[in-house]
Design a protein around this ligand. Structure first.
Ligand SMILES: CC(C)(COP(=O)(O)OP(=O)(O)OC[C@H]1O[C@@H](n2cnc3c(N)ncnc32)[C@H](O)[C@@H]1OP(=O)(O)O)[C@@H](O)C(=O)NCCC(=O)NCCS
Length: 331
């Protein structure tokens, strides 16, 4: 790491961390961002170490934490990574700490064979730092990507999905989708609602403000329902199905990046979800489809879902989206 005028101590560490250090990180981030980071506790305890490589880059001023940057690399697909928790409190700002930590994380990621490093920001000051280090904003989002070849950044998503191999295997998802979910959620998609359970809307119609915040939307579903992921032979994530349980009722949804026009991957995902529903004590299964999503409605219809009327409107951020409700006969 480069030397700053002040004698900071630079380290990088991987979970599992001792409780004292976890508490120190959580209260540091809460102080800098003004919200709770409690949900990252599992990562810091090392609970995701089978699926993701997490590295905390840290600068200290003596004993005091002065700056952090958190790199996460997918183990299923180490070509993809994400950066979060770039935090410097007021008293240590404008000394180059964030720049140094992000630069180091970026270089380590590429040295390990990484191809695309994502982060999300709406802070113009942070954005300037990232731009200087090679990150570029993706259209329709506040997400930025840094690729080894800068010219590849703007068209990264299209190339990423054009390069996919087939066929796909469908597996129960957990934190292995934390990073691969980012390009899947950001790629241009014609449907308005990609996944109703994760409040996930198409970046074609709505600005996607989330990056490292995308997977936390699935964490509840992973623990209180199920999520299925479709992976190509070369470990690219191409689609997701989610089932949400509410007592005896299930709600199902799925979206996929389609490389043919027949929604065949989407159908495989929905069928896997319905199979899971049939194996559990569930009496009714529904889906909610945006009124404007005609082709999604037809796709559910072709899988024997029938209309049962108007669904509840979804309020996602400032958007209100009208839906219709469909029912699947569990026999
Ligand atoms: C955004 C944030 C991480 C920046 O941290 P930082 O350590 O102050 O960043 P740096 O010092 O590397 O760069 C900040 C500025 O100081 C300048 N700078 C860097 N070293 C300097 C030095 N030795 N002397 C004077 N200026 C310096 C940089 O050029 C940059 O200038 P700019 O604002 O004109 O672009 C920090 O303000 C923060 O934690 N904000 C709140 C949380 C947040 O939004 N995090 C980002 C989430 S994506």
């Amino acid at each position: 790491m480069t030397n700053s005028p002040r004698p900071f101590q630079w380290t990088h560490q991987q979970p599992p961390f001792p409780t004292g250090l976890i508490d120190e990180f959580l209260s540091f981030w809460e102080r800098v961002f003004h919200y709770s980071f409690y949900e990252t506790k599992g990562i810091l305890r090392g609970e995701e170490s089978a699926n993701n490589t997490d590295v905390l880059y840290v600068a200290r001023d003596g004993q005091r934490l002065a700056a952090t940057c958190h790199l996460t690399i997918s183990q299923t697909d180490p070509r993809l990574g994400g950066v979060g928790e770039v935090a410097v409190p007021d008293e240590f700002r404008r000394l180059g700490l964030a720049t140094t930590l992000c630069e180091t994380a970026r270089d380590d990621f590429f040295a390990r064979g990484g191809e695309a490093l994502f982060l999300g920001t709406e802070n113009p000051q942070a954005q300037r730092i990232y731009e200087r280090l090679g990150w570029q904003q993706l259209p329709g989002t506040t997400v930025m990507v840094c690729t080894q070849r800068p010219a590849a950044a703007k068209t990264f998503l299209e190339h990423w999905f054009q390069m996919r191999s087939r066929p796909c295997r469908i597996k129960v998802a957990g934190s292995d989708i934390r990073i691969p979910l980012i390009p899947l959620a950001l790629i241009d998609h014609p449907w308005t609602i990609l996944d109703v359970h994760a409040d996930l809307l198409s970046s074609r119609q709505y600005v996607q403000h989330s990056c490292m915040g995308l997977y936390p939307r699935y964490e509840q579903l992973v623990s209180k329902g199920v999520v299925f992921a479709a992976w190509t032979e070369d470990n690219r994530l191409l689609g997701l199905a989610s089932v949400k349980i509410d007592g005896p009722f299930a709600s199902i949804d799925a979206f996929a990046y389609e490389f043919d026009q027949g929604n065949s991957l989407w159908k495989q995902l929905i069928r896997r979800g319905l199979q899971w529903v049939a194996e559990h004590p569930i009496s009714e299964c529904y889906c909610l489809v945006a009124v404007s999503d005609e082709t999604k409605h037809s796709a559910f219809h072709s899988e024997n879902f029938v209309d049962v009327g108007t669904g509840e409107s979804l309020t996602i951020g400032e958007e209100v989206i009208k839906t219709r409700k469909m029912r699947y006969d569990l026999g």
